[in-house]
Design a protein around this ligand. Structure first.
Ligand SMILES: NC(=O)C1=CN([C@@H]2O[C@H](COP(=O)(O)OP(=O)(O)OC[C@H]3O[C@@H](n4cnc5c(N)ncnc54)[C@H](O)[C@@H]3O)[C@@H](O)[C@H]2O)C=CC1
Ligand SMILES: O=C(O)C1=N[C@H](C(=O)O)C[C@H](O)C1
Length: 269
């Protein structure tokens, strides 16, 4: 049991943090060795199992990430961009695999992650589910098969606490559509329409974001032409799909050389 790879979960009290902790506890391939929360959080200093309303797990929530990472083989991190950048440097220092689910990172943030990936394995994806990563491949193929008579729109829906838009998944799907079309997403991306926008520009890839209630995550890629529409859809009905993917990524990462990877690498898609 103690030879199993040790995993630290950051953002332990979060929606994904708690799901990850349950997933690791139920796994016979990994063990939880640390739980990190931000300074001042009321879980810090408490046993994580008890803080989650269950039995003690022997893991005390800490606000000292490096101390926790030093005892781990992998860190699973679904937090916020600033925290993830800090954790990337610390995980590299501790030589731990860093699995990043955090979304909303800027181009500059991603450049900084690349530096950390010189020294450590980083697996990052805006969506860790098998279904969405398959949808990414399908989107690329459909976009390659159709010309710009088919307007591409990525439509996403999430819960009312989500802070970033478009979602990380929507951006992955938009990127896949752009790749399929052989264009750069930054040249054709159309976000946040409001007011007198003018007619849709041929070849643009549009994004729409819905926020409400407890929606876990829903993504449509619509190809709309005169007389027909094709819609590729993924609906997440349980956050465990993301947590299972993240744990798979952490275990896969243990056998890789330093560098930046995604779920397509992990799943061999
Ligand atoms: N890639 C994927 O498959 C998925 C990605 N996500 C992304 O994961 C992130 C988190 O999502 P949720 O769990 O819903 O959010 P949440 O708000 O419920 O949890 C975030 C947690 O991170 C903690 N945190 C923030 N700064 C910290 C710091 N400096 N040190 C330690 N902990 C810190 C917060 O206290 C909170 O507990 C978001 O960016 C979301 O988009 C969510 C689901 C799936
Ligand atoms: O914030 C969320 O909840 C989710 N975020 C990810 C995203 O931004 O795409 C993945 C999933 O859709 C849930």
């Amino acid at each position: 049991m103690t030879n199993l790879p040790g995993i630290v979960v950051t953002g332990a009290s979060g929606r994904m943090g708690q799901m990850l902790i349950r997933t690791i506890q139920n796994s016979d391939r990994a063990r939880l060795v640390g739980a990190v929360e931000r300074k001042g959080h009321d879980w810090v200093g408490r046993d994580v199992g008890e803080a989650m309303g269950g039995a003690a797990q022997g893991v005390i929530v800490t606000d000292e990430p490096l101390e926790a990472f030093a005892h781990a083989q992998a860190v699973i991190d679904f937090t916020a961009p600033a925290a993830t950048l800090e954790f990337a440097a610390l995980a590299a220092q501790a030589r731990a695999v860093h699995v990043i689910g955090t979304t909303g990172m800027t181009t500059e943030d991603l450049e900084r992650l690349k530096l950390a990936a010189h020294h450590a394995v980083i697996v990052r994806a805006g969506n860790m589910s098998l279904g969405v990563n398959l949808l990414v491949q399908l989107t690329k193929r459909v976009a390659a098969a159709l010309d710009a008579d088919y307007d591409i729109e990525v439509i996403e829906a999430h819960h009312n606490q989500k802070v970033d838009a478009p979602s990380g998944t929507a951006l992955m799907l938009g990127e896949a559509a752009a790749q399929g079309r052989g264009v750069r997403l930054e040249d054709v991306s159309d976000r946040g329409r409001d007011g007198i926008t003018g007619a849709r520009k041929r070849g643009d890839i549009g994004f729409s974001a819905i926020r409400g209630g407890d929606i876990i995550g829903e993504h449509d890629v619509m190809f709309a032409a005169a007389g027909e529409r094709i819609i590729l859809r993924h609906v997440a009905s349980d956050r465990s799909v993301f947590a299972r993917g993240a744990l798979k990524a952490a275990l896969w990462g243990l056998d890789q050389h330093p560098g930046e990877y995604d779920m397509v690498d992990v799943l061999g898609l």
